[in-house]
Ligand binder design. Structure first.
Ligand SMILES: CC(C)(COP(=O)(O)OP(=O)(O)OC[C@H]1O[C@@H](n2cnc3c(N)ncnc32)[C@H](O)[C@@H]1OP(=O)(O)O)[C@@H](O)C(=O)NCCC(=O)NCCS
Length: 145
C-alpha cells in the first residue's frame, strides 16, 4: 500500500538519488547535464517554490512528484519500484490539489507516455526539442471532469 506525504528538506538526498538513478536507468537517451550537487540545488529550489510529495512503500521513500501550481515539474519512481502503483498514487494525490495538471514528457519516453495516457492526460502539443536537452517532447494536460 503506497503512502503519500509531503517531502521535507531532509528527504533531499534520497530524492536526488531517485532522480538520478531513474533517469540513468529508465531514460538512458537523456544526456547527463548536471552534477549530483546541481540536482540537489535544483530540487531544493523547487521545494521552496512548490510542493513535493513523497511516495512511501514499506516505510521507504521510493518516488516523488513536484507540483508547482498546475504544473507537474517532476515525477520519478525508483527503477526497482516501478509498476507497483507509486506513480499513480502520487499523481492521484496531485489531482486532489489542482483541477488541472500539465506536464512535459519526452517523445522517446514511451513508458511515461503510456502511463500518463492511462491516467487521463491528453496530448496538447509537441515540440521538436524546445528544452534544455534539445529532444522532441510533448505537452500533456489533465482536467478534472
Ligand atoms: C512513469 C512512472 C512515473 C510511472 O510510475 P509507476 O509507479 O511505474 O506506475 P504505476 O505502477 O503507478 O502505474 C499505474 C497504472 O498506470 C498504467 N501504466 C503504467 N505504466 C504503463 C505502461 N508502461 N504502459 C501502459 N500503462 C501503464 C497502468 O494502468 C498502471 O496500472 P496497472 O499497474 O494496474 O497496470 C515511472 O515508470 C517512472 O518513474 N519512470 C521514469 C521517470 C519518468 O519517466 N518520469 C516521467 C517524466 S515526464
Amino acid at each position: 500500500m503506497v503512502q503519500i506525504r509531503k517531502a521535507v528538506e531532509k528527504d533531499l538526498p534520497r530524492l536526488v538519488e531517485i532522480f538520478r538513478v531513474s533517469r540513468q536507468q529508465l531514460l538512458p537517451f537523456l544526456p547527463i547535464l548536471y552534477t549530483r550537487e546541481q540536482d540537489f540545488a535544483h530540487l531544493k529550489d523547487l521545494m521552496g517554490r512548490g510542493e513535493v510529495y513523497a511516495g512511501v512503500l514499506a516505510e521507504k521513500l521510493v518516488g516523488f512528484l513536484v507540483r508547482i501550481d498546475h504544473w507537474v515539474a517532476h515525477l520519478y519512481v525508483h527503477p526497482d519500484m516501478i509498476a507497483q502503483g507509486v506513480g499513480q498514487a502520487l499523481l492521484d494525490h496531485a489531482k486532489t490539489k489542482s483541477s488541472k495538471l500539465e506536464l512535459w514528457c519526452f517523445e522517446e519516453n514511451q513508458r511515461a507516455r503510456a502511463f500518463y495516457e492511462a491516467q487521463g492526460f491528453k496530448l496538447v502539443r509537441t515540440t521538436e526539442g524546445d528544452n534544455e536537452e534539445g529532444l522532441p517532447d510533448r505537452l500533456y494536460r489533465w482536467v478534472r471532469d
